[in-house]
Design a protein around this ligand. Structure first.
Ligand SMILES: NC(=O)c1ccc[n+]([C@@H]2O[C@H](COP(=O)([O-])OP(=O)(O)OC[C@H]3O[C@@H](n4cnc5c(N)ncnc54)[C@H](O)[C@@H]3O)[C@@H](O)[C@H]2O)c1
Length: 481
């Protein structure tokens, strides 16, 4: 007789290994074998653990245990109920049978070796034939919204990524249909149209900044992770709403400051964090370039917001914060003396970091020079590359310059009277930054990584940028809130 206070529990995956299960849950009692029809066994989450999902014609082999309340509570803890798994029931001979069912159907992954070993042994113990094959659908399906300058770069990166594949294209402009045809994917005219059809695993939003809030929130509300192009938004209050939506929906938001995915930047970050340079004292960042006459044919580029502060500086703000930590104060001065447009052609920005480090950044689009990240990192083939550096970071034990990666130091005593040496750390240029960024998005979707550039990082850059603009009006030092 089955005690009605007790529960029937259908175990699949590792828990059908009776030897392990009954040793761990002493009050549990094995009842019978059971095959659950029209379901299949899969593996998900960062732990690559078993889950089941509906599939017509398939079946999941398992066993039924009788468990008491104490055992159930213990099991709940083990299964991370109700965070990772929820409970569902089926009926067997007028009795409810409980089973665990993963709450979020994240992408299917290769099973972890340990779990597979335990399951195989469980199959043997129950005289089940271990004949199933795991179909690993590990390519994450990504839709791209907005196929302009940046969206089309993402399409190219998606083509090369081993972890992702293009799901569909969304654009208000009919010209983008040509991209959809080329990549043989569906084309939608709006995010709503996409959401009403086959949902992707993730999206890249590369629409103009003023639409970031609307598009991103619509996907987050549908629990679809978003890689949102930088800047997070065109104003701080919209940016906060985007972040709130990500939190409310418990869905990942990543911001497209792709430089953080450059292998050279990763190396520099490691050097700084390892203490090899000592305490970081100061940094000098240069963004000197020359924009040709045609660039300024577009009217918005000669008005406020269209100059090098708005276009070029934002990436540098994010990168320097990533490397040196939070900024507490900024002070900025601009000039339009050369081009004489309404917008600045040159600016000097001083940053004070919480750590005490000081940094000066100079940006100009009217200097013929190789000293900018664009012309030295080799990320974008549109810019002819030079073997120079744009970032100089100095510490009490040494300094580093990059993208032309060199580490400068004294051997023995540190002194300006002693010879200074340099090590070329890596001069291989990274053309894979956008692909790395997409692969990282896939890892986040699969639960293997946390966002490298979060919504809050995006908001912080926006706040710093806002403080810089305020400082340009008075020349005064401004505290970053
Ligand atoms: N990471 C970088 O280095 C980088 C470089 C350039 C631009 N960006 C960012 O990428 C975003 C797009 O910039 P861009 O230069 O590619 O702009 P763009 O004008 O070249 O392209 C925008 C695209 O979005 C489409 N679009 C506009 N409204 C839409 C809507 N409601 N729904 C769907 N599609 C819509 C347009 O038709 C166009 O195809 C911006 O946020 C920008 O700041 C980032």
């Amino acid at each position: 007789m089955i005690n009605t206070k007790k529960r029937l529990y259908f175990a699949y995956g590792t828990n059908l290994n009776k030897k392990i299960f009954l040793k761990k849950y002493k009050n549990a009692k094995y009842l019978s074998k059971h095959i659950l029809k029209n379901f299949e066994l899969v593996f998900r989450s960062k732990y690559r653990v078993p889950d089941i999902q509906r599939k017509k014609g398939s079946s999941v082999k398992g066993i039924i245990y009788e468990i008491d309340k104490t055992t159930e509570k213990k099991l709940d803890r083990y299964e991370d109920y109700p965070k990772l798994y929820i409970k569902k029931f089926f009926n067997k001979k007028n009795k409810n049978v409980m089973y665990y069912f993963m709450k979020r159907k994240t992408p299917i992954l290769k099973p972890a070796k340990y779990y597979l070993k335990v399951i195989k042994s469980g199959y043997r113990q129950n005289n089940y034939k271990f004949n199933f094959k795991f179909k690993v659908k590990n390519k994450i399906k990504i839709a791209v919204v907005g196929i302009g300058l940046m969206g089309s770069q993402h399409l190219k990166a998606l083509r090369v990524s081993k972890k992702a594949k293009l799901h569909s294209i969304v654009d208000v402009n009919k010209n983008s249909i040509a991209h959809a045809k080329k990549f043989k994917v569906p084309f939608y005219r709006s995010s709503t149209e996409l959401l009403n059809n086959n949902k992707p695993d993730a999206v890249i939003v590369a629409t103009p900044n003023q639409f970031h809030e609307k598009h991103t929130i619509s996907f987050l509300n549908s629990k679809i992770p978003v890689l949102l192009e930088k800047p997070i938004s065109d104003n701080i209050s919209k940016a906060k709403k985007i972040i709130q939506s990500s939190k409310k929906n418990k869905t990942h938001l990543l911001i497209g400051y792709h430089r953080r995915h450059n292998s050279i930047v990763t190396k520099v970050k490691k050097q700084i964090d390892s203490g090899n340079l000592g305490k970081i004292v100061a940094a000098n960042v240069m963004c000197w370039l020359y924009k040709n006459k045609d660039w300024y044919k577009e009217k918005w580029r000669i008005k406020k917001g269209g100059g090098p502060l708005g276009i070029n500086l934002v990436h540098d703000i994010d990168l320097i914060c990533y490397l040196l930590g939070p900024i507490t104060h900024v002070q900025a001065t601009t000039s339009n003396k050369i081009r004489k447009y309404e917008v600045e052609d040159t600016a000097i920005v001083n940053f004070i970091f919480r750590s005490g480090t000081l940094c000066t950044l100079s940006v100009s689009d009217t200097i013929v020079a190789p000293y900018s990240y664009e012309l030295t990192a080799g990320e974008n083939p549109a810019y002819p590359i030079t073997n120079q550096s744009a970032y100089f970071i100095g510490g009490t034990k040494g300094s580093i310059q990059f993208p032309n990666l060199k580490h400068w130091y004294n051997r023995g005593e540190r002194s300006w009277w002693k010879p200074i040496y340099h090590k070329d750390l890596n001069i291989r240029l990274s053309r894979f930054t956008l692909i790395n960024q997409i692969d990282h998005l896939c890892d986040v979707v699969s639960g293997k990584a946390k966002p490298k550039v979060s919504g809050n990082d995006g908001l912080q850059s926006l706040k710093i940028f806002d403080a810089i603009l305020r400082s340009t009006k008075t020349g005064k030092k401004i505290r970053v809130n």
